[in-house]
Design a protein around this ligand. Sequence first.
Ligand code: ATP
Length: 234
Amino acid sequence: MLKLNNVVTHYGNIQALKGISLEINQGEIVTVIGANGAGKTTTLKAICGLVNITSGKIYFQGKDITDKPTSDIVGSGIAMVPEGRRVFPRMTVLENLQLGAYLNGDKNQINKDLERVFELFPILKQRLKQVAGTLSGGEQQMLAMGRALMARPKLLLLDEPSMGLAPMIVSNIFDIIQEINRSGTTILLVEQNAHMALSIAHKGYVIETGKIVMEDTADNLLHNEQVKKAYLGE
Ligand code: ATP
């Protein structure tokens, strides 16, 4: 469904991605784990057209999306939930969700999609009129995910959904990620919380200083000695 072929990106003179190749099949949860600054966020930005690609190619459903405008990429079925949630703090929960549907003009469809988001995140229904900036961190993460789902993505990109959240809330959010996947959305999850990410993913990649250094089934990575030492604190 998504394929990155040797993708290189720069910030000024600094090479942030040094030839990233990865592949996601339809229906999978794929995770990219790695330390702070390894290039996880930049990988997601490259997919969405938010950073310039120096060389390499990105294909989505067989089509070359390298260097396409972000609006076209979103229109083709990719949505991203950015790191640190980035909800619009002065807008209400409902307004934030409605913004996620900006490419969709059909009111009936939007209402159906809203109902689906409320099934996944019942708390958002209770907070519809509340301004997003006053939600808890976990609720803001749920809102950011709900907003992305309003765009009806085929592929959902999640940037560190666990960041700054208590373990119980992380566990709740990861259950919901699995449920979103079971209902047909393919997921690319980048995480520093390797244990949680590998425990729900089908396949995993380990990224270090802009390069993929390991690739395997999530289960094999969870039991890999190197991964255990470097990323699972064992
Ligand atoms: P984190 O978990 O901290 O977000 P990450 O794995 O997502 O880490 P990236 O944010 O992709 O890492 O950063 C990869 C490298 O690119 C890092 O060395 C970072 O300092 C650098 N970098 C990221 N954004 C910029 C920018 N806007 N300008 C210059 N350098 C940047």
